[in-house]
Design a binder for this molecule. Sequence first.
Ligand SMILES: NC(=O)c1ccc[n+]([C@@H]2O[C@H](COP(=O)([O-])OP(=O)(O)OC[C@H]3O[C@@H](n4cnc5c(N)ncnc54)[C@H](O)[C@@H]3O)[C@@H](O)[C@H]2O)c1
Length: 437
Amino acid sequence: MKMTVIGTGYQGLVVGTCFAESGHIVTCVDWDKERIELLKQGEIPIYEPGLSELVSRNIEEERLFFSDSLEEAVQNCLLVFLCMDPVLSYSTIDDITRPVLDIVKVIARMMTGYRIIVNKMTLPPGTADKIKEVLKENTQHPFDVVVNPDFLKQGTAVDDFLRPDRVVVGCEDVRVQEIMKEIYSPFLRTGKPLLLMGLRSAELSKYATAVMLAGRISIINQIADLCAVWGANISEVREAVGADSRIGQTFLFPGIGYGGIWLPRDLDLCILFAKEKDISYYLFDAIQKVNKERCEKFLSMIVEHYGGNIENKILTIWGASFKARTDDIREAPSIFIIEELLRKRAKLRIFDPLAGPKLKEKFGNQIEVASKQYPVLEGSEGLLVLTEWNEFRRPDYERMAQLMKEKVIFDGRNLYTPKTMVSYGFRYYSIGRPPVG
Ligand SMILES: NC(=O)c1ccc[n+]([C@@H]2O[C@H](COP(=O)([O-])OP(=O)(O)OC[C@H]3O[C@@H](n4cnc5c(N)ncnc54)[C@H](O)[C@@H]3O)[C@@H](O)[C@H]2O)c1
């Protein structure tokens, strides 16, 4: 089938490439011409494990194409997938939907025949109905609108797309439902479900999933605070809680909170949806508030250790991306922490396995970005661990202790055991466990 994917970011590039991999002819479009030029040469502007190889192979096999011409792409396909993010800032639901509807209007005017418009972006309930209205007003050609939210996770996005837990399809037309089943069938051979539902249920499914996941993180973080003040250890409590089959272990790790642009935005939007219909939103609000508090608490712990003044302290940071296996630092908890530490005039050296270039772009010479994990510790008066990268989990403790001027670690992801830290002579702070050493 011929497909157009609009947007070549973390979502669009994965979606387009994986559909090409299963045999479809896919054109990925982006308004960022530089990005398209890079992609045409097989270079990918983001990091996602396994993606680069797939992009190269599918370009070579002439199934995957890149273009900055929306018109050409829309004229030569059956399905148009919306995977962009045209939103600049938002304080209302309209700020989110308006830019999308503007693009749909342009698409409508470019259509040369029947098209299926598939929304994969996370958009407010009711947006698909508005997309239909805009299409109706701006084209004579027939169309169908599908809501097909994405549950992929940055860092494992390719795998998530190729082996989804479920595929959600909001669609009213039986023939279009069959087309959606057909294009997803290669990814559902292990028996995972394709769930057909109404447009608004599909739209809300994505937000509901975000709330459940963010909620678990805020709950465990608030329990971690209880553990800290009552002398319990959150790692032990977490094990006990997660062993309950009704609860499970995933998304139950205490730390400096969730980040990235999407999860916090999804929660913000749920609050707006509730406000719009005048219903209560205590829980959504609490989840966000608890999350925002995490970085502040972490910072207080650091400043307190140094007696209230961190001016000119040489602090090393390991990890800045909002989660492991991505180079994305947008709205990462680390960014808030780095900005606050800079405001307090600390001297920062940062190592992240992938996010170095993005950090340099954002902070320029305000920080020192290192390319290696250990040399950056030399003469350091404290180490902050902010992302749960695998390479930070079992480091060379002895080497760390030798390199650091002051042996103190602030672990924002609870990667180490207090006992080990004490044995290497570190003062060790973590989340939901009393400081040791
Ligand atoms: N990243 C994720 O983990 C994830 C997961 C599920 C859903 N989503 C959804 O996917 C959508 C995109 O997210 P992303 O992470 O890929 O964003 P992104 O910022 O990485 O990429 C967005 C891309 O869209 C392009 N773009 C924006 N407006 C455009 C336009 N009018 N025409 C052509 N290109 C345009 C941008 O240049 C950019 O390359 C969002 O709605 C998000 O909610 C993302």
